[in-house]
Design a protein around this ligand. Structure first.
Ligand SMILES: Cc1ncc(CO)c(N)n1
Length: 230
């Protein structure tokens, strides 16, 4: 049970997620400091890349809605802590406003959202989301993936808001949407819920949750690559 003890020891200093962020810092950095984000921060991002990201992320967010609803359902079924549901419900509710924001932003850039189709990295990511919606997937695994998906965007776009960044003014609203402190608070709430579940999880669930965390990071990297036309 050496592995369990090590993981448990890692968990004591800030939760299992902190231990995984340390253990997987390289891939986490590739997901949260991608060239697409660094070029946005440096003001050198190619606007055609940004427009491709906008169009594809709109498709992703529409697929994200039923995924978040499935996490809410799992929370209702498996969590005795009613406050979990309220945090997840607030996340679900914000997606309503998010979809309206995408439509407005697309108009601003002359991006036609209707009639666009998901590129391969997006299709793969949405298929992964659908796999997590299965009733076979535990609430603990689903909430860990949900936290990871939101946290990658929060870390990424907050880079573009830091002092000294040269983010173009016309991209600031996008960066504030996910990079803001309030979105950061929301991500922290999700992280607390996930840690609470992981502390009590048996080894096989811990393994599946860690795999889901790593899959999210891989899909996020491919999504940024797709946005950059790679
Ligand atoms: C691809 C992707 N990952 C995460 C988020 C955050 O919700 C998003 N909008 N799109």
């Amino acid at each position: 049970m050496e592995g369990k003890n090590n993981a448990a020891e890692g968990a004591s200093g800030g939760g299992m997620i902190m231990a995984w962020l340390n253990k997987h810092h390289t891939i986490y950095s590739r997901a949260t400091r991608h060239p697409f984000i660094l070029s946005t921060r440096d003001g050198t991002v190619d606007l055609s890349s940004f427009k491709r990201w906008l169009e594809q992320d709109y498709i992703f967010v529409r697929e994200f809605v039923p995924f978040v609803a499935s996490v809410l359902l799992k929370a209702w079924r498996e969590s005795e802590d009613g406050s979990d549901m309220e945090v997840i419900l607030s996340g679900l509710a914000s997606l309503n406003d998010e979809i309206s924001w995408f439509k407005k932003e697309a108009l601003k850039w002359g991006v036609l959202l209707s009639g666009t189709s998901p590129q391969k990295a997006n299709q793969d990511y949405c298929r992964f989301l659908e796999s997590l919606m299965s009733s076979e997937i535990s609430y603990t695994v689903a909430i860990t993936a949900f936290w990871a998906i939101e946290a990658v965007y929060q870390e990424s776009f907050s880079l573009c808001l830091k002092h000294g960044s040269r983010t173009p003014a016309e991209l600031m609203e996008t960066c504030q949407r996910w990079g803001s402190d309030s979105f950061g608070q929301y991500c922290h709430s999700l992280q607390m819920i996930a840690n609470k579940r992981l502390e009590k999880a048996p080894d096989y669930i811990l393994g599946k949750a860690e795999e889901a965390f790593l899959s999210v990071l891989e899909h996020e990297i491919e999504f940024w690559n797709m946005s950059n036309g790679i």
